[in-house]
Design a protein. Structure first.
Length: 167
C-alpha cells in the first residue's frame, strides 16, 4: 500500500524521520487536531526534549506535577517553584532527616537518592511551611508515618548491626 516513494504522512521536525505507514505513525506524537492524528514530531524527540526541560528546571516541573496530582486527589496545595528552590537552598541540597546529599528531582536520576517532597503533617497537604526535602529511599519507608517511626526503624537497624558485629 505505502512505499518509500510516497510523500511521507508525517516527518519529525527535530530528527527528520518519516512515517510512510500506519505502523510508522505510531512513532509520532498523537494530536487529534493534526493531519493523520499526529504531530510532525516523533515520540523519541519529545521524550528527549521533556527530559532536558526537567533537567534544566526540575523544581518547575516537579511543582507542576504535584499541583495536578493534588488537584486530582483533592489535597491542599499552594507551592511554587521559587518556594521549592529556596527550600532546597535552605537545606543545602541535603536530606533533612538523614543529612545525605540528594539528587535534584528529575526522573533520570537514581531513584533512591532523588529528592522528594515530604509533608510534615500528612493531612495538611503540600502547602508552604508543611513540606521539606527528603531522599526518596526514606520517603518510601516513611510514607504517611511521622519522624519517630523512621528513627525507630533506623535505630533498630543500627543497634542490630552493632550487636551482630560485637558478638
Ligand atoms: Zn524525531
Amino acid at each position: 500500500m505505502s512505499n518509500i516513494n510516497n510523500i511521507p504522512l508525517r516527518t519529525c521536525r527535530v530528527c527528520g524521520i518519516h512515517a510512510f505507514s500506519k505502523e510508522e505513525l505510531n512513532l509520532f506524537v498523537t494530536s487529534s487536531r493534526n493531519k493523520h492524528g499526529k504531530l510532525n514530531q516523533c515520540k523519541d524527540c519529545t521524550n528527549k526534549r521533556n527530559r532536558e526541560r526537567r533537567k534544566k528546571n526540575p523544581f518547575h516541573y516537579l511543582c507542576l506535577a504535584k499541583k495536578s496530582e493534588c488537584k486530582r486527589k483533592q489535597i491542599p496545595f499552594n507551592l511554587t517553584d521559587i518556594y521549592l528552590k529556596k527550600l532546597w537552598k535552605k537545606q543545602g541540597g541535603l536530606c533533612i532527616l538523614s543529612g545525605l546529599k540528594m539528587e535534584k528531582p528529575y526522573n533520570e536520576s537514581d531513584f533512591d537518592w532523588v529528592a522528594s517532597l515530604d509533608r510534615i503533617q500528612f493531612d495538611k497537604g503540600y502547602v508552604k511551611g508543611n513540606v521539606r526535602w527528603i531522599i526518596n529511599a526514606i520517603n518510601t519507608l516513611k510514607r504517611q508515618k511521622d519522624d519517630a517511626f523512621v528513627y525507630k526503624i533506623a535505630q533498630a537497624i543500627v543497634n542490630h548491626n552493632d550487636l551482630h558485629h560485637n558478638s
